[in-house]
Design a binder for this molecule. Structure first.
Ligand code: NI
Length: 494
């Protein structure tokens, strides 16, 4: 199973982790015999295994700010969806206020906020959702970490501290955590109050993982501060709900039962038993259109799949139009059935990275893992790894180009921006797409917005009237020499 955050955790783990490992001398032998793993990596449930789960995504890309934030919507757990929306809003609002004018940062650097999620538990009547918010604002910024829990029997959202039993429990937890953190931590800031504990979850072995936001208990440069507590240590500290949360987090396979409102289980098998995919190939879907002979444009849809993607696929099928979907791994992971529909419809699936971070700020190792995790999700669902990379926000540099080259992928940008994230108006979006289209154009849209999808019938009709054929990006580029790592904004001169 793919575990969002694991690679990042390994890359950013602080000395605190080593202290934790050293502190495991009394742990069972199998643990010390294993290769070194990050024991503070939080257990992750496959979102594709949760019936009816959908994703909510908001994004913004301009010269003021880059924002990408997502969270899950789980049927039967509406109060949790509301709390997640509020938690995301609490990140976005102050960020927007701090980036009101262009040029908050010197040079071409654009402030960035990225909020991503994973499921820490989804079993019985308990759900745990972990939210990671990365903020880049020049010298300030860092990652904040929060895990919200949902108690289905009470239909109530619980903060992480509710896993712990009262004041005495918090005091015991604080003592245990302090004993395991490294010297970079300021112990006086690890206090026995609920606010200290914004993220409590569990690892794959059922140990409790207590993690902190950057700056909350140490200097920002220390990276992620987290501790893993063995069961014997944390068990006496748990509240009644904490015990249920722990049981849900370690339950396999996960079976969620949030009451009659949840739809019947999907027919899809658990991830390990999903239909076996053919061997991986990095080849585009078969060409149907020769864009050196006919007038082509490529419609591209970024950031999905999402709640409107199925409708978009119906529209494209009815009108026999081909498109390219640049999918984000966290959304793709939650919707493998939509990936399969995209592929079965003859559309091209490109890679828009796992977490939608601005790649130009990340080291090569992280750029590489962010691309490859999405490759793996697409390959597992469709049997075909993407051949095209679209860096989020179109933000790229020599490091990103080098990684793309090593993975054999050209970087696909665009030359027509519908700015559909800004104008939630199907008529405006359609007008922009149609009036700016030229032969060989690559048109940027997002299938996470209802109004963008509603613009599609108009775009198809009007561009077809002008003699255009809707091609996949690979078809559009077929007349050019395509070099891995190089950037392409259109199909070139005809
Ligand atoms: Ni995007």
């Amino acid at each position: 199973m793919l575990t969002p955050g694991r690679l990042l955790n390994l890359a950013t783990s602080s000395a605190g982790v080593l202290v934790v490992l050293a502190g495991c001398a009394g742990a069972p032998a199998h643990r010390t015999a294993r290769p070194i793993v990050d024991v503070t990596a939080v257990h992750t449930v496959d979102p594709g295994s949760v019936p009816g789960l959908s994703t909510v995504t908001r994004s913004e890309q301009n010269d003021r700010r880059h924002v990408f934030a997502g969270y899950p919507r789980i049927p039967g757990a509406e109060p949790l969806t509301d709390a997640l929306a509020k938690a995301v809003e609490a990140q976005v609002r102050p960020f927007e206020a701090a980036t009101k004018r262009p040029g908050t940062l010197p040079g071409a650097s654009v402030p960035e906020l990225n909020v991503r999620w994973s499921l820490a538990a989804a079993s019985g009547d308990v759900v745990g959702v972990r939210l990671l918010a990365d903020q880049f604002l020049g010298a300030s910024g860092g990652e904040s970490r929060q895990t919200l829990w949902y108690d289905g029997s009470a239909r109530a959202v619980r903060p992480s501290a509710a896993l712990i039993d009262g004041k005495a429990g918090l005091a015991g937890l604080t003592e245990a955590v302090r004993a395991r953190l490294g010297t970079e931590t300021n112990p006086s800031r690890v206090r026995a109050v609920p606010d200290t504990y914004s993220s409590i979850a569990f690892n794959d072995d059922g140990d409790m993982v207590v993690e902190f936001s950057d700056y909350s208990v140490a200097a920002g440069a220390a990276g992620r501060i987290a501790a893993a507590l063995p069961r014997a240590t944390y068990d006496p500290l748990l509240s009644e709900f904490g015990r249920r949360a722990r049981d849900a987090a370690v339950a396999t396979p996960s079976k969620l039962a949030l009451g009659s409102r949840a739809p019947a289980a999907r027919s899809s098998a658990p991830p390990s038993a999903r239909p076996s995919a053919p061997p991986s190939t990095r080849t585009p879907p078969p060409a149907r259109t020769d864009c050196t002979k006919v007038k082509c444009v490529a419609l591209t849809f970024d950031d999905g799949p999402g709640p409107y993607t199925a409708r978009l696929l119906d529209m494209l099928a009815e009108r026999k139009a081909r498109a390219t979907f640049f999918v984000v791994g966290t959304n793709a992971d939650a919707h493998p059935e939509l990936l399969r529909r995209e592929a079965a419809g003859g559309h091209e699936i490109g890679n828009h990275t796992q977490s939608h971070r601005d790649l130009s700020r990340l080291p090569a190792m992280q750029v590489n893992s962010d691309i490859q995790r999405t490759d793996e999700i697409v390959r597992a669902a469709t049997g075909r790894a993407p051949t095209l990379l679209r860096p989020p926000y179109g933000a790229t540099n020599a490091t990103v180009a080098g990684v793309a080259r090593s993975l054999g992928m050209p970087q696909i940008l665009w030359n027509v921006d519908t700015r559909d994230w800004h104008d939630h108006d199907a008529r405006i979006v359609a007008d922009r797409a149609v009036s700016n289209a030229r032969p060989g154009a690559i048109i940027l849209m997002h299938d996470i917005h209802r109004t963008s999808v509603e613009a599609v019938p108009r775009i198809l009709e009007r561009l077809r009237d002008k003699g255009y054929t809707f091609a996949a990006v690979s078809e559009l580029l077929a007349g050019r020499t395509v070099t891995p790592g190089a950037r392409y904004r259109d199909g070139g001169d005809r």
